[in-house]
Design a protein around this ligand. Structure first.
Ligand SMILES: *[C@@H]1O[C@H](CO)[C@@H](O)[C@H](O)[C@H]1NC(C)=O
Ligand SMILES: *[C@@H]1O[C@H](CO)[C@@H](O)[C@H](O)[C@H]1NC(C)=O
Ligand SMILES: *[C@@H]1O[C@H](CO)[C@@H](O)[C@H](O)[C@H]1NC(C)=O
Length: 482
């Protein structure tokens, strides 16, 4: 055994001097090296996209990727442009966002209705918000405008605030017919919090500030956000949100940190101190959860390399989850601009994680496709849109020091807004928000499900609270989030 083991290590060591195996050699102290690395990873990322080919639908990714992830990918490419100056993907990004804005210009295209929750809608809104904040080229009117699109999503979600259980909050799902309707989760509420905070900062409108405060306070009133800043995944409405699913994801922490950083930036006095200590609390927790100092076999790890701790080592990450490290990376980077006191803690993490991610980019057909495990020097055999997104986000995050701070409406922003956007009649018609009609429908549906369940059905609509329960439901889109 001993000999085989050593022969194997020697083999790896030897062949790993051949460039493809060693991954992309990233020098995080060199702007050129970071840009070149980002360019390579972006190219492999977009190779998964076929929406611009004849007969395909613009703006979306093919299965196994859900609608939301494409929105997140376009947002990342806006940041790519802002960080590197490479305009190569701009037209594609612009036309994709506009195509998927839908008839009501609020990112609720009818095709997505069977898989679109509040969180999914929010990731498209983030792309539009990022476009406004980074002065991404404005589409010619009368095409939809970036700020107005973000406001439209905010407006549709504020209207869904639900006082019927848990003292408030957003449900995960928009439609009662989608599994997850009875779950008030952190990403939906945390994304709404972040969107409100960014709109507050961009527009200066107090309504958004109030909603950001209210949404933070609601999350903190549930076990989803604990007094010591642990961020859990979500709560069951049937238990009136008295306990939480304790699984921890990078993007849940990321959205809270990003929202808090925007609030910090626009606050003064005691409020600023309050947001500062919230950011510090969240960062301390995120550091202890996602930057482990020991690996699964107790082997020592760099304390600065990000790990998606709830699925990476167990090799159970689904295609959604492989992209989560992208969001923590980009939101940590933006936080250093909005709340500069965080630089000392965050920047070493972005550097070490980027070097680890680049070393993973040595696989697949191109020899540069990225794997998942940023602590491994050799490609781990995975590749996909999520892996590319996570690697690209953390690499380009290292350009944050030379990227312009997000603009505001009065501070250089050019995007045109509309505080009443997205509220067209068709919203109800297409999508049935929370109306009396849909509640009656919910009753009928429940009755139908009872019949089907008694008849020995293999799935149940409401049993999605624990990961254990989820295993029974492997085919329906929203459940795959776990
Ligand atoms: C909806 O799906 C149809 C059929 O695939 C397609 O032609 C159309 O472009 C899609 N619309 C959007 C907004 O994705
Ligand atoms: C549910 O929780 C909310 C907020 O904590 C509380 O106001 C309400 O009374 C609770 N409802 C029930 C039925 O326990
Ligand atoms: C502020 O935002 C709210 C909510 O969207 C809107 O109703 C109001 O008109 C806005 N105020 C201004 C001055 O734009």
């Amino acid at each position: 055994m001993w000999k085989i083991h050593h022969a194997f290590l020697f083999f790896i060591f030897t062949i790993c001097w051949i460039p493809p195996c060693r991954g992309i050699q990233l020098d995080v102290s060199s702007q050129d090296s970071i840009k070149q690395t980002a360019r390579t990873i972006a190219k492999d990322m977009i190779s998964f996209y076929v929406g611009d080919k004849p007969g395909q639908t613009p703006g979306i990714l093919l299965k196994p990727y859900y609608w939301w992830q494409a929105g997140a990918m376009w947002g990342e490419l806006i940041e790519y442009w802002a960080a590197t100056g490479d305009t190569h993907y701009n037209d594609l990004v612009s036309s994709s966002l506009i195509f998927q804005a839908g008839a009501d210009r609020n990112f609720m295209p009818q095709n997505a209705s069977n898989e679109e929750g509040n969180d999914d809608q929010a990731f498209w809104a983030f792309a539009a918000m990022t476009a406004a904040e980074l002065n991404f080229p404005d589409p010619p009117e009368p095409k939809p405008q970036w700020l107005a699109l973000a406001q439209a999503v905010f407006n549709t979600q504020a209207r869904r605030w639900d006082m019927e259980s848990c003292g408030g909050g957003l449900r995960w799902q928009i439609l009662f017919t989608n599994p997850g309707w009875n779950y008030k989760n952190t990403i939906s509420n945390g994304a709404f919090f972040q969107l409100a905070a960014r709109l507050a900062r961009y527009t200066g409108n107090q309504t958004y500030t109030n909603w950001a405060d209210k949404t933070w306070d609601w999350l903190a009133s549930t076990p989803n956000l604990t007094p010591d800043y642990r961020v859990n995944d979500g709560s069951d409405i049937k238990k009136n949100c008295t306990d939480a699913n304790g699984i921890q994801w990078t993007y849940n922490y990321g959205t809270m940190i990003m929202g808090a950083a925007n609030m910090y930036d626009i606050s003064t006095g005691a409020a600023k101190e309050k947001w500062k200590s919230r950011i510090q609390g969240l960062l301390t927790q995120a550091e202890s959860v996602f930057f482990p100092t020991k690996g699964p076999d107790n082997d020592p790890l760099s304390p600065n390399v990000m790990v998606e701790i709830s699925c990476e080592w167990s090799k159970l990450c689904n295609p959604d989850q492989t992209s989560f490290k992208a969001y923590l990376s980009r939101w940590l980077a933006a936080t250093t601009q909005l709340a500069p006191f965080t630089k000392e803690k965050i920047l070493p993490k972005l550097q070490a994680s980027a070097a680890g991610a680049a070393a993973q980019c040595s696989g697949g057909d191109t020899g540069t496709k990225c794997g998942r495990n940023w602590n491994m020097a050799v490609w781990d055999g995975y590749n996909g849109v999520g892996e590319q997104m996570s690697a690209l986000a953390v690499v380009q995050a290292n350009l944050i020091g030379t990227t312009r701070k997000p603009v505001t409406e009065k501070g250089g922003g050019t995007s045109r807004g509309n505080p009443n956007a997205g509220m067209g009649k068709q919203v109800e018609l297409h999508y049935g928000a929370i109306t009396t009609r849909s509640k009656t429908g919910a009753g009928i549906l429940t009755a139908l499900i009872m019949i089907v369940t008694i008849g020995g059905a293999w799935w149940m609509v409401d049993d999605g609270y624990t990961p254990k329960g989820l295993k029974r439901i492997s085919t329906h889109p929203p459940w795959a989030r776990y």
